[in-house]
Design a binder for this molecule. Structure first.
Ligand code: GBH
Length: 508
């Protein structure tokens, strides 16, 4: 036990996203998102050939989800809205009443149960109609996103007081327009990737300004953006490795933070220069990174009331000759020219991407505090995967949550302005390219059961106890199998012992 406490007004929550849980991909007038389309045209891009057509079926089972939220005792629920459920064709000229009704029901039911909605507008499910017009590679998307945001404020802003505009510009652009593994499957890691991020940041700012100009006075909510960040670590004292740390920060952290959260705005100098130099070497007559105009710099600067931070893991970073020829040219990886890996001595379940290193979380929170004037931060995602296991006893996940929450508490006590924390995720769900193989749920979901039965894992019950007690008690233990019947086995036992003692005392 650390002895430190979460303040009473600290907000605990869990997070999900629409495509990963809702299912009902074409029900009740919903239009096609680029994920729906891609799952029909490129199913091989998912390791287990699964998709989100049904997922957790939350479109039909949202009341069960709310029961789980109540069981956990969370203050807030972060979910995302499927753009094409509201606007089937993407554009705001036709609003689907059944889509509006679904989110009205969800929001009202949450509020009736004392849970605040924390709503992501866009978690990667772009309307397919826009994809056919260039998607995030065209600046028109900024207008489309603004129109969509306006519809959301009008329809739900009376009750929703926290909005996340965009989830993870970095991961979204890297997978969709850099690598090309996610829809629309465009492989342009040296140009398309940067264009995509640029448009997403501007779209975020558009949504912020629309709120400021037309809704803030009457609705009084807050607008933020969720940025994903890994923390770079090195044990080396070589200059090259120190440079690697600085460049990794510029490309993966400050690239996203500085335009919005710094006093001066714009991309980091270091980042601009590396791409400009590489572009020149490669014979381009202008940098592959299109600069922001003066007006855009001003438009972006200060365009958030809070920072949503998604954080999972840290990386050991280095730079040496072994990287020569390691990356595709041109690409963001080549521009950065840093090697990175998860330290094998950090706890990890698979040699994939998630290695447990809580000091990295602390370091990141303190970097944000010290470099960006201590903005209001909500940790909008944090959690770890297990293999879609049958056991409900997920000790690795329990350990991960306790250690990361302790690191958060340390940062909080050292002055970081962290207002809330969302565990990713409420339940097992469609994990994008990894299908249903690696799962992040506090609740296990049985995919073979048409009812998609959800059952609390040990981590759910431990998180529940953190929320209740506001402390992290490493000695607290609980058995999810006994809790499964709501403790009814315990009650039967207790009653039996009570009867026996009455009998022994008075009758015998
Ligand atoms: C989050 O991104 C997403 O917002 C969320 O939707 C998702 O469920 C969650 O991650 C868990 O993955 O398999 O080697 O290609 C966090 C950053 C970046 C982490 C992509 C997983 C995939 C690595 N994610 N990464 S790999």
């Amino acid at each position: 036990m650390t002895g430190k406490r979460f303040p009473d007004d600290f907000q605990f929550g869990v997070a999900t996203s629409a495509y990963q849980i809702e299912g009902a991909w074409n029900a009740d007038g919903k239009g096609l998102s680029m994920w729906d389309y891609y799952m029909r045209t490129a199913p091989d891009m998912i390791v287990d050939h699964s998709n989100g057509d049904v997922a957790c079926n939350s479109y039909y089972l949202y009341k069960r989800d709310i029961e789980m939220l109540k069981e956990l005792g969370v203050d807030v629920y972060r979910f995302s809205i499927a753009w094409t459920r509201i606007l089937p064709f993407g554009t705001a000229n036709y609003i689907n009443p059944k889509g509006i009704a679904y989110y009205n029901n969800l929001i009202d039911e949450l509020l009736a149960n004392g849970i605040q909605p924390f709503v992501t507008m866009y978690h990667w499910d772009l309307p397919q109609t826009f994809n056919e017009k260039g998607g995030w590679l065209t600046e028109k998307t900024v207008d489309w996103f603004g129109d969509y945001a306006r519809v959301l404020y009008k329809k739900f802003g009376d009750r929703v007081k926290h909005w996340v505009t965009i989830n993870e510009p970095h991961v979204h652009c890297f997978f969709s327009y850099g690598l090309g593994w996610h829809p629309p499957g465009i492989h342009s890691p040296g140009i398309g990737f940067y264009e995509c991020v640029r448009n997403l940041l501007l779209a975020h700012a558009r949504a912020y300004h629309i709120y400021n100009d037309d809704f803030r006075a009457t609705q009084g909510g807050k607008i933020g953006i969720s940025l994903d960040m890994e923390w770079p670590v090195t044990n080396s004292n070589l200059d090259e490795d120190a440079e690697a740390v600085q460049d990794f920060m510029a490309f993966n952290i400050d690239y996203y933070l500085q335009p919005i959260f710094s006093k001066e705005g714009n991309y980091p100098e270091r980042f601009i220069k590396r791409i400009a130099d590489a572009s020149k070497r490669q014979g381009y007559n202008v940098s592959r990174l299109r600069p922001f105009t003066k007006e855009e710099i001003v438009y972006l600067r200060g365009s958030a009331d809070f920072l949503g931070l998604n954080h999972y893991t840290s990386k050991v970073v280095y730079r040496n000759e072994s990287l020569r020829g390691a990356y595709e040219v041109p690409s963001q990886n080549d521009d950065l020219w840093v090697g990175s890996y998860g330290d094998p001595s950090w706890p990890h379940l698979f040699k994939l991407w998630l290695y447990e290193y809580p000091p990295g979380f602390y370091g990141l929170l303190m970097h944000i505090k010290n470099t960006y004037g201590n903005p209001e931060v909500y940790v909008t995602e944090n959690g770890m995967y297990t293999e879609h296991a049958t056991s409900l006893i997920d000790n690795e996940r329990v350990q991960y949550y306790r250690n990361y929450l302790s690191a958060l508490l340390d940062a909080l006590y050292d002055g970081a302005n962290v207002k809330g924390y969302f565990a990713w995720s409420l339940m097992d769900n469609f994990e994008w390219s990894n299908g249903y193989i690696f799962q992040f749920g506090l609740y296990a979901v049985n995919n073979k059961d048409p009812n998609r039965t959800r059952t609390a894992r040990k981590s759910a019950l431990v998180y529940k106890e953190v929320i209740r007690s506001r402390i992290i008690d490493y000695t607290y233990d609980v058995n999810p199998y006994e809790e499964r019947n709501g403790g009814s086995i315990h009650r039967v036992h207790a009653f039996f012992i009570f009867c026996l003692s009455v009998y022994l005392t008075y009758v015998y």
